[in-house]
Design a protein around this ligand. Structure first.
Ligand SMILES: NC(=O)c1ccc[n+]([C@@H]2O[C@H](COP(=O)([O-])OP(=O)(O)OC[C@H]3O[C@@H](n4cnc5c(N)ncnc54)[C@H](OP(=O)(O)O)[C@@H]3O)[C@@H](O)[C@H]2O)c1
Length: 437
């Protein structure tokens, strides 16, 4: 089965040849988890401690508060006593440099990344240290690519943003569906539509913080809305054109999906995940075709009830967005409604949560393939941190085909990460209609 090419066809995708662990083979640690005390960081620490103990990977945890870090370490399974603690601040560039020079991989949960993440990415790039994170902030990702791409190619640092629920299921799902289309039909899907059909869980304080920060940035950055709307905003320079129209944040729009016989409505993270999928296609050298089209929304049911439910959620989303855009109501939501840093869904919600995504691929001849993706655990924290953990282990342990640079989950790790998240992070991918079902 082919998973797409890892070619460096354009100037943004030149690769520094570097196989396996490449230039960062000898370091004190294999992985440093930066931000182990936050809502996602604590969960990531648990998964990483267990998985690293299984495979003999040397792990350190880091953050700004030694007491909190010791408390986290004391609760870890595996060889917790062997896990080192690194204490510093995200704004301390000398510490960021020292920390990233000691490890082969840094995995970060310290967000909003546009606030706390830049010095760490710069340090990882300078030291040839591989890096993955949970950012869903395309403006910041664009800034990091523009600032550090050339140096990352030189040092061999593989930088992979968006390694949580945003955007791994969408990105790897598209890559897998395209591989299946090629296998069974001899051609890639010209269009793929991702529908989030079920999301059961909660979200953490850091997610709220990132959203609040984005709404504030929007007021001061004249390019913010332009980049948000640009469907190809994360594609390489000179490659920012294609058939998709603008990404719209929560339009008041409910549409009928004839393939799935249900009403589709806007999904908050759809525009961000779509940009990542399009970047994957571009940096891999267009294995999905230059005319490939992609959209991502949520899906309700059919009938009048389904339409009403979709309309209610659309209106709620729009009102929430308006309230977040107005400083006075945003302040009220921040103080009284949204979770604070360190807070997140309860253990019961994390463990009983789940999600389902259906991807519909349409080939040139009209053939339709459908793929179901399911995830166990709430998407915002449990599933996200298991995927992030596997991405960090993949960067540390697997023979990755691409060299240094800014990649996406699919373009950097593709089938290697897919195998990991299906075996260890509770995800499943299954063709449910079309050839190969
Ligand atoms: N992609 C996805 O699907 C997804 C899902 C969930 C979350 N996220 C993103 O992940 C990020 C983290 O979310 P979260 O809920 O875990 O956030 P959180 O609970 O607020 O945790 C933030 C972490 O950053 C640390 N920190 C803050 N300022 C620091 C500084 N100056 N120096 C060093 N460490 C610092 C905090 O340390 P203290 O404990 O000492 O305060 C804490 O460990 C957010 O950006 C969120 O948007 C993405």
């Amino acid at each position: 089965m082919g998973f797409g090419r890892f070619s460096g066809a354009d100037h943004d995708t030149r690769q520094t040849p570097s196989s396996g662990q490449g230039v960062v083979a000898k370091r004190t640690y294999d992985i440093v988890l930066w931000g182990a005390t936050g809502a996602t960081g604590r969960r990531a620490a648990h998964h990483l401690a267990r998985r690293c103990a299984e495979s003999g990977v040397a792990l350190a945890i880091g953050g700004r508060n030694r007491g909190k870090l010791e408390h986290v370490r004391d609760g870890l399974a595996g060889r917790a006593g062997e896990i080192a603690i690194l204490v510093g601040d995200s704004f301390d560039t000398a510490f960021m440099d020292e920390m990233s020079a000691q490890t082969r991989v840094v995995v970060s949960t310290v967000g909003p990344f546009a606030v706390y993440g830049s010095a760490l990415v710069a340090a990882c790039v300078a030291n040839g240290t591989h890096y993955c994170d949970l950012t869903g902030e395309p403006q910041w990702m664009r800034e990091m690519i523009d600032t550090h791409q050339d140096q990352a190619r030189e040092t061999g640092a593989r930088i992979v943003h968006a390694c949580g629920h945003d955007s791994i299921p969408s990105d790897l799902g598209v890559q897998l569906l395209q591989a299946k289309a090629l296998d069974h039909c001899g051609q890639p899907c010209r269009r793929i539509t991702t529908r989030v059909t079920r999301m059961k869980g909660g979200f953490s304080g850091g997610t709220a913080g990132s959203f609040l920060n984005a709404m504030r940035l929007r007021e001061t950055d004249p390019d913010f809305d332009h980049l948000s709307a640009d469907p190809y905003a994360l594609c390489p320079t000179g490659e920012r054109e294609g058939p998709d129209g603008p990404d719209r944040m929560m339009p008041l729009e409910v549409t009928w999906d004839a393939d799935l016989q249900a009403w589709a409505y806007p999904y908050f993270m759809g525009p961000m995940n779509s940009k990542v999928v399009r970047r994957s296609n571009a940096v891999m050298g267009y294995p999905y075709g230059r005319d490939f089209r992609y959209t991502e929304t949520a899906l309700s049911r059919g009938g009048v009830g389904g339409w009403l439910a979709a309309m209610r959620k659309t209106l709620f989303g729009k009102l929430f967005l308006i309230a977040m855009a107005i400083p006075a109501t945003r302040g009220l939501l921040e103080r009284h409604v949204l979770p604070k840093s360190g807070e997140g869904p309860s253990k019961e919600v994390r463990e009983s949560g789940s999600y389902e995504i259906i991807q519909v691929g349409t080939l040139r001849d009209g053939t339709v393939l459908k793929q179901r993706i399911t995830g166990q655990g709430d998407p915002g924290v449990r599933s996200t941190t298991m995927m992030l953990t596997e991405a960090a282990l993949c960067l540390a342990e697997d023979e990755i085909a691409v060299g240094g640079g800014f990649w996406t989950p699919a373009s950097a790790m593709g089938p290697l990460l897919l195998a990991r998240i299906t075996a260890h992070a509770g995800l499943s991918f299954e063709i449910i209609a079309g050839r190969g079902a």
